[in-house]
Design a protein around this ligand. Structure first.
Ligand code: 5AD
Length: 365
């Protein structure tokens, strides 16, 4: 008997787990087709481009998975100037991005006011939506940046397995925020909120991932980023990424990440789902397009100046991505047309929610 497809609002963890475990080609083909059909019906054939600017690779945190972690001395550290950031934003607009994403390590040398100024400059110079991905900042910072004009915030919760998260993402010395509280706070402030997870972390199990999917739904996320974990040799999770003492039933990070992506499309039909860079790095030449045909509707071209991009070394292979974003976009657009998709126009906002003051500033492109 074929597994039923999960439905929004009524998906049991057992059903999600059964889908995550399934290897039967027929069932998987049906899942891919269903995710693609729901994507087409709910968010259309447009692929929205979000121009990613990696504004600094300094980070205070000790995350066991990430190459930007503070103790990684092998990495030259940088912080972009306002002028450089504006130049990158201009490039993003030039290549067709309706959104600019500012991302950095958890870098408190960026003051609240400096980031506010960057937000105001971008919003007043370019016709784009602005997304922030700056880690766990104080509720006051988040509020000030919303007031300055930021529209969206990305903060992946990485895994819903608390013990695993505490181990790989030790609390900051500076302050301790629960990521889930921060996500709720971002919603209250009226941000369009994105989160997501890595797939294939040491000790992560398929049941954890089923729980992750339930949380995406519970938080009614506007955006969800899902990518395979890629071990970084200069981190504690190191070269193999798999600790022999940790049993896991999650053996194929990329394949499982694609299943999680397709299931997320079924649970959150309107969400914006990027086909992540990690998917492409783990499966070069294919991963990004596979994501787009299995539920994703967003791509995030990297518009960081090449010299800095090389130092934004979260995981191996990421910085080796094509140097000139114009080339990437040209190649991508040709591929998109070949699969019946079109570059998105406008900001590509989340669908406004039916009620509540927090939706007041959302717009639709
Ligand atoms: N492999 C894959 N993704 C990673 N990230 C961080 N380190 C890795 C890694 N080694 C992801 C995290 C983070 C995002 C910016 O990059 O999910 O939230």
């Amino acid at each position: 008997m074929r597994l039923p497809f999960p439905q929004p609002g009524s998906s049991s963890p057992d059903l999600l787990l059964a889908w995550l475990k399934t290897e039967a080609p027929d069932a998987l083909n049906a899942l891919w087709a269903q995710a693609d059909a729901v994507r087409r019906e709910q968010v259309g054939d447009s692929v929205h481009f979000r121009g990613l600017i990696e504004i600094s690779n300094r980070c205070e945190r000790l995350c066991a998975y990430c190459g930007l972690r503070r103790p990684n001395r092998a990495l030259p550290r940088y912080r972009m100037t306002l002028l450089e950031i504006l130049e990158s934003a201009r490039l993003a607009v030039e290549i067709g991005c309706g959104t600019v994403v500012l991302q950095s390590g958890e870098d408190f040398s960026w003051t609240r006011e400096e980031i506010s100024e960057i937000i105001r400059e971008i919003r007043s110079n370019f016709p784009v939506a602005l997304t922030l991905s700056l880690g766990e900042r104080t509720p006051e910072d988040l509020e000030a940046w919303r007031k300055a004009g930021a529209d969206r915030y990305l903060l992946r919760f990485e895994t819903s397995n608390r013990a695993l998260l505490n181990w790989i993402h030790p609390p900051s010395r500076r302050q301790s925020f629960d990521r889930f509280d921060l996500l709720r706070h971002l919603k209250r402030l009226g941000y369009q909120v994105g989160s997501g997870v890595m797939v294939g972390l040491p000790g992560q199990r398929l049941a954890d991932l089923a729980q992750d999917l339930r949380l995406f739904e519970e938080f009614d996320l506007d955006m969800v980023g899902i990518g395979p974990f890629i071990p970084h040799p200069d981190t504690p999770l190191g070269a193999s990424g798999l600790d022999a003492n940790l049993s896991t039933d999650l053996v194929d990070p990329s394949g499982t990440a694609l299943k999680a992506l397709a299931l997320t499309r079924l649970l959150l039909p309107h969400a914006h789902l990027p086909s992540t860079t990690a998917l492409e790095v783990a499966d070069p030449g294919q991963g990004r397009i596979l994501g787009l045909t299995r539920g994703a509707n967003v791509v995030m071209p990297n518009v960081t100046p090449a010299a800095y991009r090389r130092a934004y070394d979260i995981y191996p292979g990421k910085t080796a991505q094509r140097d000139d974003p114009r080339d990437l976009l040209a190649a991508l657009c040709a591929k998109l047309h070949s699969i019946g998709r079109t570059p998105g126009k406008g900001r590509g906002d989340a669908r406004p929610r039916p009620a509540g003051p927090s939706t007041a500033r959302q717009e639709c492109a």
